[in-house]
Design a protein around this ligand. Sequence first.
Ligand SMILES: Nc1ncnc2c1ncn2[C@@H]1O[C@H](COP(=O)(O)OP(=O)(O)OP(=O)(O)O)[C@@H](O)[C@H]1O
Ligand SMILES: [Mg+2]
Length: 131
Amino acid sequence: MVITLSGDLGAGKTTLVRGVLRGLDITGPVKSPTYTLVEPYTVSSLYLYHFDFYRLGEPEEWEEAGFREYFRDDAICLIEWPERAGSLLPPADLHIVLEVVEDGRRCTVTVKRERADACLAALAPLGPVKR
Ligand SMILES: Nc1ncnc2c1ncn2[C@@H]1O[C@H](COP(=O)(O)OP(=O)(O)OP(=O)(O)O)[C@@H](O)[C@H]1O
Ligand SMILES: [Mg+2]
């Protein structure tokens, strides 16, 4: 599964990923991959990769770094600054946009591929769902 996260600097992308990881019972440090570009985790029998492409110089760089092989069937990829990798990135299943609203955040989740439709049901208790 590929989940892209967009929003300005400080919009809360890393904080949301940290929350997802805590929700999956990952208790160790969750660092921002600002300099490493990727931080790997394991969740049950799945791999979870947290990317931050803010510091990519060129869109091709993520591919040259060998990151394409992280996008496997047994992996969940959460990607901050997907715009920096451009159209080379595998298509997202879910796209999340974060906006600063007063002292909180507005989170808009869009299903980009049908196979992610089941996620909508899980998110429904959190707010309005449009189909
Ligand atoms: N939902 C929230 N409500 C209030 N504050 C938040 C929320 N989410 C994040 N913050 C705060 O906003 C700041 C920036 O958050 P974070 O590092 O997650 O942003 P980011 O989108 O990952 O930024 P960057 O683009 O630099 O990676 C942090 O101080 C964090 O505590
Ligand atoms: Mg971040």
